[in-house]
Structure formats: C-alpha cells, structure tokens
Design a protein around this ligand. Structure first.
Ligand code: SF4
Length: 164
C-alpha cells in the first residue's frame, strides 16, 4: 500500500509529517507534482519566493528517505519538481511513448490530461507525440517513466542496498 500525495502550495510544509505518518502506518509515500492543467487554477502552484522553503523541505524528505526508506520519490522526481515549480513547464514530454492511459472504452490516451481515442501506441506517437509541445505537468508517472538511465541505475542500486 502506498500513500500518494500531490505536492502543492497548501501542503508542502507538511510533507515531513506526512512521511512520518506513512512510516507509522508502515506504508510508502509517493509524491507527485501539482499541475494547473487539470483544474486550470494556478493558486496551488508554489510561487518563486517560497521555493527556497520547498528546497529545505525536500532536504528533510531526502534525510527521511535515507533513514527509513518510506519516501519512494526518486532524486530525479525532486529535481524535476523544483524545475516545474520554477518554470511552470518542463519540455520534452514523452507521454504516449514512455507511458499511456487505457480509457474505459479500451481506446488509448497519451496521458490523463490529454484524453484521446487512439487505437494504438503507434498512432499516438505519429499523431500526438510528434506535435506535442505540452510541458504542463511533472506528475509522478511522468517523472518516473522519463527518468534517465543514470537515475534508474542509482535508484536500483539504492533499493538493492536497502533490501539487504
Ligand atoms: S506534460 Fe506531458 S504528461 Fe504532462 S500534461 Fe502535458 S502531455 Fe500530458
């Protein structure tokens, strides 16, 4: 079982307590970055003058992760989270290629925020990915599936070390 928490302006200061809460329950904590695209509301994004505070909170989460292995967000997720809140966009999205969504009627969408009715991944890549300029989210699914090889190796080694 995993707690899934969307990091946004109103909750980011509570993340260390949320991590502790998850640890006490014996579950993992996954983190996803809030996007404005779902609701078209930007008040939950973290403004520039609060980003240093977020960086400090992330430091605490790293320490918590190192000590207890409750937080499963990777270093790459933290890095991209900061980048997203700073620029409100992260380019080179690989939705449709690295991951896709199966709709209730079994058609396919490139991501949960761009619903389509494609019939194959090939079609998504040719039509959506080729023309996609959206960089408006850094959800957990995006951060984890786009994670470069270097970070995949680091995360795998860390997980293996903790398992022993
Ligand atoms: S950045 Fe990519 S995954 Fe995120 S909303 Fe845009 S297309 Fe979808």
């Amino acid at each position: 079982m995993t707690f899934s928490c969307v990091v946004q302006r109103e909750n980011f200061r509570d993340l260390p307590q949320i991590a502790e809460f998850a640890r006490n329950w014996g579950v993992k904590l996954n983190l996803s970055t809030c996007t404005w695209l779902r609701t078209n509301k930007k008040e939950y994004l973290i403004p520039e003058d609060e980003l240093e505070e977020l960086e400090n909170i992330i430091k605490k989460l790293r320490e918590h992760k190192k000590k207890y292995n409750t937080v499963i967000a990777s270093e790459y997720t933290f890095k991209k989270m900061m980048e997203y809140f700073k620029n409100l966009t992260v380019g080179n999205c690989r939705a449709g290629e690295k991951f896709l969504i199966v709709n209730p009627d079994a058609t396919l969408s490139p991501c949960g925020l761009h619903i389509g009715n494609y019939t194959s991944q090939k079609e998504i890549i040719a039509d959506f990915l080729k023309n996609n300029t959206c960089g408006n989210c850094m959800t957990s699914i995006r951060a984890n599936t786009e994670k470069p090889f270097k970070y995949q190796i680091i995360d795998t080694l860390r997980a293996a070390r903790r398992a022993h």
